[in-house]
Ligand binder design. Structure first.
Ligand code: PLP
Length: 357
């Protein structure tokens, strides 16, 4: 697939945010967006970049009723020499096809999607912020557009990409977070949609999130949906434990999202000679070993935060504190290395960086 992208320039460009320290996340959008349509007889067609604007959709569009959709989350970084780069973009695009497959949305050539994202980011390069920790967040998404109330896969779709300049995830530095272990609700079960990046998973997590907030926690830790025993993820991040000096993370058994940051953490740790285990970990094991002083670090991994240290877990009316509520050595080293590669401060030995401009 290599269709030419049509570009329609916006006639009134918005002012760029003057103060990069108050960008926040996901509130400001750039001047243009990428759009491509799908129809059964045409395949994916009419790839185009056009002025960012509201879109009109029919009230009977299938997405509004049955949620047939997927999304991705990635970032463009401004490196120290002023270039704009992406981090492992092909991984996100391959994951789109994994999500699409589960949601019965037609496949798209991953290389072509990288090309489309690059074309949009290049056009919007002046929107990529440059202060420490900032980035241009990239949100590709696909949704069902048939105007029909019957339940079946749609025959038409829209693929869009929007861009949002975002501030540092940790304006105050990497402070460990307090996590609530969810025992009432579950995020996903094997055979469900847990491994796909699909909006319904997020909708289903809101009740738990709200409950955790009320109790003074910022995120929830999800347990498996069958035995309510094995650890799956924290919020919308994968999770790692340092147990007896080994790095341990839940295996990908179908209900956990296969994070690209997770994959990066595993590859880096192995390259440093650290033992990495991908296996089932019960919450009981973590609490028992933590009380014996054998769990030295806990952290979440995801594109938004990169590494998010966990200082406290609350489960069954018991609390456990990790590493004195301070960021651990391995968490810090992973954070510095991954962000160092992304911002061009550390050589990219693994070829993870793709230059846009
Ligand atoms: C996106 C996501 C992650 C993290 O994936 P990355 O590719 O590392 O950003 C983890 N869990 C869930 C539920 C997610 O949606």
């Amino acid at each position: 697939m290599d269709q030419k992208i049509t570009i329609t320039m916006s006639e009134n460009l918005k002012p760029k945010p003057a103060d990069e320290s108050s960008l926040g996340f996901g509130r400001i959008f750039t001047d243009h967006m990428f759009v491509m349509d799908y129809a059964e007889d045409k395949g994916w067609y009419d790839p185009r970049i056009e002025p960012y604007s509201p879109i009109s959709i029919d009230p009977s569009s299938m997405i509004l009723h049955y949620g047939q959709a997927i999304f991705e989350g990635m970032k463009a970084y401004r490196t120290t020499d002023g270039s704009v780069v992406l981090f492992r973009p092909i991984e996100n695009m391959r994951r789109i096809n994994v999500s699409n497959n589960r949601m019965v949305i037609p496949q798209i050539d991953p290389e072509y999607m990288v090309k489309c994202v690059k074309a949009l980011v290049e056009l919007e390069k002046d929107w990529v912020p440059s202060s420490t920790g900032t980035s241009l967040y990239i949100r590709p998404f696909i949704f069902a557009t048939d105007t029909f109330l019957g339940v079946r896969p749609s025959k038409t779709y829209k693929f869009m990409v929007i861009l949002s300049p975002s501030g540092p995830y940790y304006p105050q530095g990497l402070d460990p977070v307090k996590i609530y272990v969810e025992q009432e609700y579950v995020r996903a079960v094997v055979g469900g949609t847990g491994f796909a990046k699909t909006p319904g998973n997020y909708a289903a997590s809101l009740a738990s999130q709200a409950k955790a907030y009320e109790s003074g926690y910022v995120q929830v830790l999800w347990l498996d949906g069958v035995e309510r025993k094995y650890i799956e993820e924290v919020g919308s991040m994968n999770v790692f434990f340092v147990i007896d000096g080994k790095l341990v993370t839940p295996s990908l058994d179908g209900s956990t999202l296969p994070g690209i940051t997770r994959k990066t953490v595993i590859e880096l740790a192995r390259s440093w000679g650290i033992d990495v285990e991908e296996r089932r970990i019960s919450i009981d094991e973590v609490f028992t070993k933590a009380l014996d002083g054998r769990v030295s670090e806990v952290f979440g991994s995801g594109t938004a935060a990169v590494i998010s240290p966990v200082g406290e877990l609350f489960w069954n009316n018991k609390k456990v504190i990790f590493n004195d509520n301070k960021i651990g050595n391995l968490s810090q080293k992973l954070y510095s290395t991954i962000t160092g590669i992304q911002y061009g401060l550390i050589p990219d030995e693994f070829n993870w960086i793709e230059k846009v401009v």
